[in-house]
Design a protein around this ligand. Structure first.
Ligand SMILES: [Zn+2]
Length: 329
C-alpha cells in the first residue's frame, strides 16, 4: 500500500494518496511508513500548499508522528515563505492543560451533542450489533442487555469487572476484592454505578449498591461496556483496555476521531490499589489530547520514543506560533 501511495504523490494525486493513508491507519496491523510522510511533506514544501491537508489529517487521525517526522514538519513550517511558524518542542502541564512554551491553555476536551449522538449510534449499530459480536455473544444476550440498559441507564460510572479483577491480582487474594474496592470508591460518592462482569466472577460476591450486568462466561463483553458508557455524555468508565478492535470496527474516520477524543475524556485507569481497599486513579485529562488549532497556533502531540503503556498518551508536544516579522530600520 505504501508503494501505491508513493506513486500517487509522484503524480500529484494528493487527495487519493491521503485517502489511502487513512485506509492504512484504520486497518489493523498496518503502518504508514516514514517515507510516505516524508514524501507528503516534500509535496507540501514544493507546492507551498497542501499543508492544510496534512494538518487536517493530524487532527482527524489522532496519529502521533515520531521525532524524525515531526522535526521535518517543524523545519518546513519555519522555512516556508507564506505564513511561517516558529516551533518549539515542549510539554503540557497535565493539571491545567497549559503549554509550557507559549503558556496558552489547550482546548478543552468537550464533544458536541451532535458528535456524541453520532458516536452513540455508531457504537450501538457497528460494535454491539455488528456481525462479529455474535461470534462471542448470543443474540438473546444482546437483547437481554438492550432491555437492561433501557430500564437502568444512564450511569455515572461503568466498570469493566473482569479487567479490574485482573488488575487487582497482585494486591488481593481474591479477584472480587479489587472489584468491591473500586465499586465502593464510587458508591461512597453516591454515584450510580454499573458493573459489567462475567457470571463466573460473581460467584459468592455481593456488590451492594451497584447495578450489575453479568454476561455468559465466554462472551466478548467490551461492546457491552462501550455501549453502556455512551448512554450519557457524562458517564466515566473504568478499564485499562485500549479498544483498538472496536475503534476499527467503527469503520468511519470521523467517528473514530470522536471515539478517541471521547475515550481520552471518559476513561479512568487504575494506578494502584492498597490492601485496605483504597484505589488511586489516573483521572481523564480535561484538555484535548490530539492535534489542535486555536488563536493562530498549533499544538501537536508527538511520540518521542519514550516507552509508555499502550493506553498512555505521549507527553511531548510541538508548539507552533505564527512568526511575526520585526520591522527593523
Ligand atoms: Zn504552546
Amino acid at each position: 500500500m505504501n508503494a501505491i501511495i508513493d506513486c500517487l504523490f509522484k503524480n500529484d494525486q494528493i487527495d487519493t494518496a491521503v485517502s489511502w493513508i487513512n485506509k492504512i491507519i484504520i486497518s489493523k496491523g498496518k503502518k504508514v511508513h516514514d517515507f510516505t510522510y516524508e514524501h507528503w511533506l516534500r509535496k507540501c514544501a514544493d507546492q507551498q500548499i497542501g499543508y492544510n491537508s496534512f494538518f487536517d489529517f493530524l487532527v482527524k487521525s489522532g496519529v502521533f508522528l515520531n521525532t524524525s517526522i515531526i522535526q521535518q514538519f517543524k523545519d518546513l513550517l519555519e522555512n516556508r515563505l507564506i505564513d511561517p511558524f516558529v516551533g518549539h518542542f515542549t510539554t503540557v502541564d497535565e493539571g491545567t492543560g497549559r503549554c509550557r512554551s507559549c503558556e496558552k491553555l489547550l482546548q478543552n476536551s468537550e464533544i458536541s451533542d451532535d458528535e456524541f449522538a453520532d458516536l452513540k449510534q455508531g457504537l450501538m449499530e457497528k460494535v454491539l450489533l455488528g456481525t462479529d459480536v455474535y461470534l462471542g455473544s448470543k443474540p438473546e444476550e444482546i437483547r437481554r442487555f438492550q432491555n437492561f440498559i433501557q430500564k437502568t441507564a444512564p450511569y455515572d460510572v461503568v466498570i469493566d469487572g473482569l479487567n479490574v479483577a485482573h488488575q487487582g491480582k497482585q494486591t488481593f487474594k481474591y479477584p472480587d476484592q479489587a472489584l468491591s474496592s473500586v465499586v465502593k470508591y464510587f458508591t461512597n460518592q453516591n454515584l450510580r454505578v454499573l458493573v459489567l462482569t462475567r457470571k463466573h466472577l460473581l460467584r459468592g460476591t455481593t456488590l451492594k449498591s451497584a447495578l450489575v450486568f453479568a454476561t455468559e462466561d465466554l462472551s466478548g463483553d467490551d461492546p457491552f461496556l462501550l455501549c453502556s458508557a455512551v448512554q450519557s455524555s457524562n458517564t466515566k468508565f473504568v478499564s485499562e483496555d485500549v479498544f483498538r478492535d472496536h475503534l476499527f470496527r467503527l469503520g468511519d474516520f470521523r467517528l473514530q476521531n470522536i471515539f478517541r477524543r471521547w475515550q481520552h475524556k471518559a476513561q479512568m485507569q487504575i494506578v494502584s490499589f492498597d490492601k485496605n481497599g483504597g484505589v488511586r486513579f489516573q483521572q481523564p485529562r480535561k484538555y484535548r489530547t490530539i492535534s489542535q488549532f486555536s488563536d493562530g497556533c498549533w499544538h501537536i502531540p508527538y511520540d518521542d520514543g519514550t516507552p509508555r503503556y499502550s493506553y498512555e498518551l505521549p507527553a511531548t508536544w510541538l508548539c507552533l506560533q505564527p512568526k511575526t516579522s520585526k520591522i527593523t530600520k
